[in-house]
Design a protein around this ligand. Structure first.
Ligand code: MN
Ligand code: MN
Length: 265
């Protein structure tokens, strides 16, 4: 039987700093993905019909126990290609714990308007504004490359310097070709895209990536891409469902990349 991409929803938005609502995203993304309004073919010619192994949604609860529950759920799927549907961006640190246990430190390609490198935010070191500070401190990343960043402040610029984070300058978004090697992980915060393309997020930041610019970078990843997450769709900000459709598109292209770059068994 051909390999399938495990799909796991993480209904968690307790560590959002501005608006809650991302916990409602996984069912909306699935609905758009399997709606029949589009097909399940990726642009590289991969037919994804029957290639998803949908493991459903986890409601991890609250507090520190929620982070442990997310790691435990992620451990159950990272023995094969895995796509995680957030949830806010705080899910990435507990997910990456499971990914690093399985694959060792990975190369991370991170799409976001925000570097998410705060040492702590509103007193919470596990806020959705902090996951990559925790990932780097824990040694889960060989490299962290960020695309879409347009909100750097002094503290986060200093954090990026301290951790050796590579931020792709805005002027290079059109021509950047990822040179990540070894096991790769993609973390896609929907607000990395311009709000003209995906307004259904909690933190709309103008001047972002087009869908096409993001797809071009994803499609150029050589991998192996072992897992990815897609976070920060806020259905409360997406009454038309158009941003959920963008998420479905990203999921198809990420799934095709996972399948095309499978690591040797
Ligand atoms: Mn963001
Ligand atoms: Mn983020």
């Amino acid at each position: 039987m051909s390999t399938r991409v495990r799909l796991l929803g993480l209904r968690y938005d307790e560590r959002s700093s501005h608006l809650r609502g991302a916990a409602e995203a996984p069912p909306r993304i699935r609905e758009a993905l399997f709606s029949g309004a589009s097909n399940l073919w990726a642009e590289d010619g991969t037919d994804l019909d029957g290639r998803f192994d949908d493991r459903g949604d986890v409601e991890p609860g609250t507090g520190d126990a929620a982070l442990a529950a997310i790691t435990a759920a992620a451990r159950g799927v990272v023995d094969g290609p895995a796509l995680f549907l957030g949830g806010d961006h705080s899910i990435t640190f507990p997910v990456m714990r499971a990914v690093a246990e399985r694959h060792g430190p990975v190369s991370i390609l991170h799409f976001d308007a925000h570097p998410d490198l705060y040492d702590q935010y509103q007193g919470d070191p596990f806020s959705h504004a902090c996951p990559f500070a925790r990932v780097l401190e824990a040694g889960f990343a060989r490299r962290l490359v960020q695309v879409g960043i347009r909100t750097l402040n002094g503290h986060q610029r200093e954090q990026a310097r301290r951790f050796g984070v590579e931020i792709v300058p805005v002027a290079e978004w059109d021509r950047y070709v990822p040179d990540l090697t070894g096991p790769c992980y993609v973390s896609f915060d929907l607000d990395g895209l311009d709000p003209a393309f995906a307004p259904g997020v909690s933190h709309r930041e103008p001047g972002g990536l087009s869908v096409r610019q993001a797809l071009r970078v994803i499609q150029a990843l050589r991998g192996p891409v072992v897992a990815a997450d897609l976070v920060e769709l806020n259905p409360g900000q997406d009454p038309s469902g158009a941003s959920a459709v963008v998420c479905a598109k990203l999921i198809k292209e990420l799934a095709a990349r996972l399948l095309a770059t499978l690591p040797p068994a």
